[in-house]
Design a protein around this ligand. Structure first.
Ligand code: S3P
Length: 209
């Protein structure tokens, strides 16, 4: 049985106690899912809705490495990208303070790496899997490539895209929560996530939608 929109699962989720018994109350929400799932646009909308800062991990990687993601793949290969991704995630989570509110979007392969899942578990953040049909994901990515010039090193063709997506799905399902994205606007998805996680705008920082 697979509920239409939301499943609250085990695994990585918001919590209070970090290893060593230290209290942690970071309210970070980390969006995961395949390429084209809308992690960045939903993350931005969720951040705006809640008045929380938003960060895209790929952007941190690019700042740290001083080159774009496609350049890292092209010049140094995927293994080097994964190393940079892990370090950037470790740095980002290390910066989270008790009580800090943050929305983060990960790249499509980050949650597949065991060492990253481990970091997220230790940080006890909520992870939200943005789910969509693979055909829809492919349509979105192809459109972004054609119309906006968005280069995704692992885009490939529909066959390889589908295969990779299917192989990763079992990892994504380990997120705290699954949010369907099909047939919904970005704002609606952000609203559904906020509602499901019981999150409301903080202080006066919330922006009008
Ligand atoms: C990747 C997805 C990309 C980016 C990199 C690797 C992947 O992010 O991190 O190209 O392995 O699926 P998006 O999911 O934002 O496209």
């Amino acid at each position: 049985m697979k509920p239409d929109s939301k499943t609250v699962g085990v695994g990585v989720r918001g919590g209070k106690v970090a290893p060593g018994g230290e209290q942690r109350t970071s309210k970070a929400v980390v969006l995961i899912g395949f390429m084209g799932a809308g992690k960045t646009s939903v993350g931005r909308a969720l951040g705006e809705r809640l008045g929380w800062p938003f960060e895209d991990l790929d952007e941190r990687i690019e700042r740290r490495e001083r080159r774009t993601v496609p350049e890292i793949f092209r010049d140094s290969g995927e293994a080097e990208f994964r190393r940079a991704e892990h370090e950037a995630l470790s740095e980002l989570l290390g910066e989270l303070q008790a009580g800090s509110e943050q929305v983060v979007a990960l790249g499509g392969g980050a949650f597949v790496q065991k060492q990253n899942v481990h970091l997220l578990q230790v940080a006890r953040v909520f992870t939200v899997f943005l789910d969509a049909d693979v055909e829809e994901l492919w349509r979105r990515c192809s459109r972004q490539a054609e119309q906006l010039g968005v280069a995704r090193p692992l885009l490939g063709n529909l066959g390889s895209f589908r295969k990779l997506c299917e192989a990763r799905r079992r990892h994504y399902r380990k997120a705290s929560f699954t949010q369907k994205t099909g047939g919904r606007t970005v704002k609606k998805i952000a609203a559904e996530i906020a509602h499901a996680l019981g999150l409301s705008p903080s202080g006066k920082r919330g922006k009008k939608q």
